[in-house]
Design a protein around this ligand. Structure first.
Ligand SMILES: Cc1cc2nc3c(=O)[nH]c(=O)nc-3n(C[C@H](O)[C@H](O)[C@H](O)COP(=O)(O)OP(=O)(O)OC[C@H]3O[C@@H](n4cnc5c(N)ncnc54)[C@H](O)[C@@H]3O)c2cc1C
Ligand SMILES: NC(=O)c1ccc[n+]([C@@H]2O[C@H](COP(=O)([O-])OP(=O)(O)OC[C@H]3O[C@@H](n4cnc5c(N)ncnc54)[C@H](OP(=O)(O)O)[C@@H]3O)[C@@H](O)[C@H]2O)c1
Ligand SMILES: Cc1cc2nc3c(=O)[nH]c(=O)nc-3n(C[C@H](O)[C@H](O)[C@H](O)COP(=O)(O)O)c2cc1C
Length: 665
């Protein structure tokens, strides 16, 4: 999706689907259908693809790169880190070995397919893991195809068609999640099963600690391996500044001043990230009581007239805007008036810059919609910023970046400074806008929300239940969550760019199947949609199975959100049992899993193979979902008289058969 997410802003104004390309792709699919292929599931792969640019790593820069060894760096990203690392790897390889190799960085969604993979000599994957050990949206098709092909090869039914391909994988993840770097791990196994050979150990980057350091270490090992390799790579002279190539080679858009009015946002279909729909805010309401010192808001968006359809359990992507104070301060520090209007264009020649966002645009709008000013800044951004520093500032920035063998940067970055704080710290450094938007400020990312309504009860509307982030970060700054504050501030009628992302989080098809739902805090969101769905089914005369809900919050009088609604579902029969754990009302913490334990016998019965019940969990992945997982295994162990291994196997089976579903973040 990076593609997706990173270029969403540009996509607001233009629809990149080219009929000719789609036509060509369809033709390929049709032809492939008549060819008997030994490479498993090529057709599946092509079928799964959307109307993307048919971009193979081996097809770029053909003229300039003719005769050079070709290297592909493929990235699977949601929020841009894997893409950034891919570009950094390319720039490092060029800095170390000169420009004697044709290196292309390719979005996995735009990679033209399995045939090319077999033709690559050297290929790298930078892949992030999300959800419950899942690939990113932009890597999903490729990943599915690769794993399927590998499984067939392992069963002996498929060819090891990647023999002769050398590869390296850097996985991006976070150790707090249960399935740490699962995508990188599985891809490594699959590549080997298909005959490819790793050139370096797999890298596992942990963004809970220091993912940049993990990447640096992996790159060093990779360079050592490449130095020792024969024939894979043209090894020319190192270029100057190889230690921090970004400082010497900052990519910048060309900035064209504009005099006309700013281009207005237009509404897309809302069906993809590249074509968001401008939904109008219908309601914004506080859900916590006045006693609470936190905020959680209920937002209703009007999607009437759009092509958007959704089902309870789907996600909505929101393209937020930075708040006015951050925008004004950033413009001041850049030394450019807020109403300065311009367009960005890509410079001629080789560039890894994404398509620029559409213009003419004022600096105010560009900073609000497109620049990530407040997230922890990356080393690459600091290095690009340093390229515009002079005298003392330059020395100080270079010392931060490279001093003490990297220890200075670690210390400086220890508090996760954001771009705005970097600009505050070096107010004399005023990068030009082309470099600022090209290399310094990452693109502001989409935020996802579990839709908290059912279209059966709210046709034309879509609800969000959003915990408002308002917390002191390590630098001492009070951080107002970009998207949650954007929604909280939104007046009725404000247009909010949104799109719907399909999920597999669904009620059972058979309405009589029992369901057990566990969702503390905002984890309640999709279950509110499920309950609305069940209430609509009751109205339509359907027979429903039992439904248990385990909700948790701090205090009954503070943050028991949607209390009246939940109680009304008990009366209507949409809900059979409601269990609420108040974690801060009593002498000791009470959590959802404690209530689940108390209902062991009944929950175990509902989830038995005889009753075939479904178990759902939504909300915090790092702690809650793991604890609930353990409790679920204990419940099954007790009720089914299992060993702990058998209980785990049963839980795994529930997951594999879709009877244990997670929507966790
Ligand atoms: C599939 C999915 C479903 C989701 N569903 C929901 C839902 O239904 N309801 C809901 O409320 N949320 C949901 N989320 C979370 C949601 O997408 C957002 O992450 C959340 O609203 C916070 O976004 P924000 O822009 O307001 O906060 P951000 O500005 O992105 O901040 C988020 C966090 O990063 C920290 N942070 C940011 N900048 C810094 C810095 N410089 N230094 C240190 N720390 C920093 C903040 O302190 C905060 O903890 C979901 C997420 C996913 C992936
Ligand atoms: N992965 C993430 O980064 C992530 C995920 C979800 C939410 N959040 C953030 O957290 C904030 C509030 O979120 P929220 O309103 O959804 O939930 P919340 O109000 O923080 O928590 C809901 C309830 O869950 C309890 N809880 C805490 N740890 C638990 C555990 N291990 N098992 C079971 N229950 C547990 C809490 O108790 P106590 O607080 O009393 O311990 C509270 O009673 C928001 O800022 C949100 O963005 C972050
Ligand atoms: C909602 C969410 C779910 C995640 N799930 C996992 C996971 O299951 N396993 C893991 O190792 N990392 C997980 N991560 C961490 C990301 O993989 C990590 O932040 C990575 O650096 C993101 O890379 P990207 O910016 O290229 O998308 C998750 C992060 C988020 C925000």
């Amino acid at each position: 999706m990076s593609g997706g997410a990173a270029e969403v802003g540009a996509g607001l104004l233009d629809n990149p689907l080219l009929a000719g390309i789609v036509g060509a792709l369809l033709l390929v699919v049709l032809v492939a259908g008549f060819v008997i292929i030994r490479r498993p599931s090529l057709l599946d792969y092509l079928k799964g693809r959307k109307g993307n640019v048919n971009h193979s790593a081996t097809a770029v820069d053909e003229d300039e790169d003719a005769g050079k060894p070709k290297i592909a760096i493929l990235f699977g990203t949601q929020t841009g880190t894997a893409e950034r690392f891919s570009k950094q790897l390319k720039s490092d390889l060029q800095a170390r070995y000169g420009k004697g190799n044709a290196i292309s960085v390719v979005d996995m969604e735009e990679y033209s397919g399995p045939d090319n993979l077999a033709d690559e000599k050297l290929v790298f994957f930078m892949v992030a893991t999300y959800g419950d050990g899942e690939p990113t949206d932009n890597a999903a098709d490729f990943y599915g195809w690769l794993l399927k092909a590998a499984a067939e090869a392992e069963r002996g039914g498929g060819e090891q068609f990647l023999k002769g391909v050398t590869f390296g994988i850097f996985g991006l993840g976070n150790k707090q999640y249960e399935h740490f770097c699962m995508v990188g791990k599985r891809m490594q196994k699959a590549m080997i099963a298909l005959g490819a050979e790793p050139i370096v150990r797999r890298g596992d980057g942990d963004d809970d600690e220091d993912i940049e350091a993990d990447f640096d270490k992996w790159r060093e090992e990779l360079m050592t391996a490449l130095d020792a390799s024969e024939g894979l790579f043209a090894k020319g002279e190192a270029t100057e500044g190889a230690a921090i190539p970004e400082v010497t080679a900052v990519q910048a858009y060309d900035v064209v001043p504009a005099s006309g009015p700013e281009t207005k946002l237009v509404s897309g279909s809302g069906v993809t990230a590249a074509t968001p729909y401008l939904a109008s805010v219908h309601v914004v309401r506080e859900l916590h009581s006045e006693k609470s010192d936190r905020s959680c808001i209920h937002v209703e968006l009007d999607i009437r007239g759009s092509a958007i359809t959704y089902e309870a359990g789907d996600h909505v992507g929101v393209l937020p805007e930075n708040g006015p104070e951050a925008v004004a301060r950033a413009a001041e520090l850049l030394g450019v008036p807020l109403d300065y209007a311009f367009s960005l264009t890509k410079p001629s020649g080789e560039s890894d810059l994404p398509s620029p966002f559409a213009g003419p645009i004022t600096l105010k709008t560009a900073l609000a919609r497109h620049a990530d000013l407040l997230s922890p800044i990356s080393k690459q951004s600091v290095a690009a910023f340093a390229a515009f520093a002079e005298s003392d500032d330059k020395e100080r920035l270079l010392d931060i970046l490279t001093g003490n063998g990297g220890a200075n940067y670690k210390e400086w970055h220890g508090t996760s400074k954001c771009l705005l704080e970097l600009m505050e710290e070096f107010p004399n450094v005023k990068p030009p806008l082309g470099a600022f938007f090209g290399s310094i400020a990452p693109r502001l990312q989409v935020r996802f929300y579990s839709i908290s309504s059912s279209p059966k009860q709210n046709p034309g509307h879509l609800h969000i239940t959003c915990a408002v982030v308002n917390e002191k970060v390590a630098t001492g700054r009070l951080h107002e969550g970009v998207a949650s504050f954007f929604l909280k501030r939104a007046a009725v009628g404000t247009p909010v760019p949104v799109f719907v992302r399909r999920s597999t989080f669904r009620l059972p098809k058979d309405t009589t199947t029992p369901v057990v739902m566990v969702g503390p805090g905002t984890g309640l969101a999709p279950f509110r949609g499920f309950l609305q769905e069940r209430a609509a089914l009751i109205d339509a005369g359907a027979k429903l199975g039992p439904a248990f809900l385990f909700f948790g919050c701090r205090k009954a009088s503070h943050d028991y959100i949607y209390k009246e609604e939940l109680e009304s579902y008990l009366l209507s029969g949409a809900l059979t049992e409601l269990h609420v754990a108040f974690s801060r009302d009593g002498p000791s913490k009470e959590y959802v899993q404690h209530h689940l334990e108390k209902r062991t016998a009944d929950v175990g019965k509902l989830l038995s193979d005889e009753q075939g019940g479904f178990f759902y969990v939504c909300g915090d992945a790092k702690h809650m979902a793991k604890d609930v997982h353990r409790t679920l295994a204990n419940v099954l162990q007790t009720t089914c008289n299992y060993s702990s291994a058998d209980a785990e196997a049963h839980v795994k089976r529930l997951g594999e058969t879709g009877r244990y579903q997670k929507d966790v973040w």
